[in-house]
Design a protein around this ligand. Sequence first.
Ligand SMILES: C[S@@+](CC[C@H](N)C(=O)[O-])C[C@H]1O[C@@H](n2cnc3c(N)ncnc32)[C@H](O)[C@@H]1O
Length: 195
Amino acid sequence: MQLPATPPLDLTALFGGTRQRHWLEIGFGGGEHLVWQASHHPDVGLIGIEPFVNGVVSALGHIKTAGVANVRLWPEPAAALLDALPAGAFARVFVLFPDPWPKLRHHKRRFIQAANLDRLARLMAAGAELRVATDDPDYGHAILAGLLDHPGFAWLARRPADWRERPADWPPTRYEAKARAAGRNPMFLRFERRG
Ligand SMILES: C[S@@+](CC[C@H](N)C(=O)[O-])C[C@H]1O[C@@H](n2cnc3c(N)ncnc32)[C@H](O)[C@@H]1O
């Protein structure tokens, strides 16, 4: 994938005119979740973002094994691509286990913060779903606070199980497995883009 000289990126052309709906995964790690979603939703065009080269290589392997043709990869940090994508283009966005940066002086590096929530709000269509997971309680509270405070998003949880249990159409990631092996219980947060 390359950025166009004149944004926004043409998503229809990016997927060869074959996909009507588009989803985005930011920080896909090894790509297991990205490719699972692509193979279970062949009608959707998925863009995956991951700057860590080993993760991109792993994702390419999963793409080849699964034989999916509806994934495009951006092997760089997210910001430049997010700013080049068209407004309201995405029906679903995944940010699964973003780096927690636990030290106070590093909190400014966290992905989920006001500037990026504004970016996501711009990209998501009314009624679109944002899925965020974390195993870090402090980051979890900051994520919730940021999204509850943002006028563009509404939290979809109605009962504790809604954030304690992963929905069936959300396969576990490698990072989730590590967190559970270390005895940490993740939070699974789902938000709707307000109309
Ligand atoms: C803790 S890992 C989680 C990976 C994967 N989502 C999972 O659950 O297994 C966080 C990922 O975010 C990626 N990442 C860090 N900064 C990023 C950025 N600016 N844009 C996109 N991805 C980023 C990292 O390279 C890393 O793979």
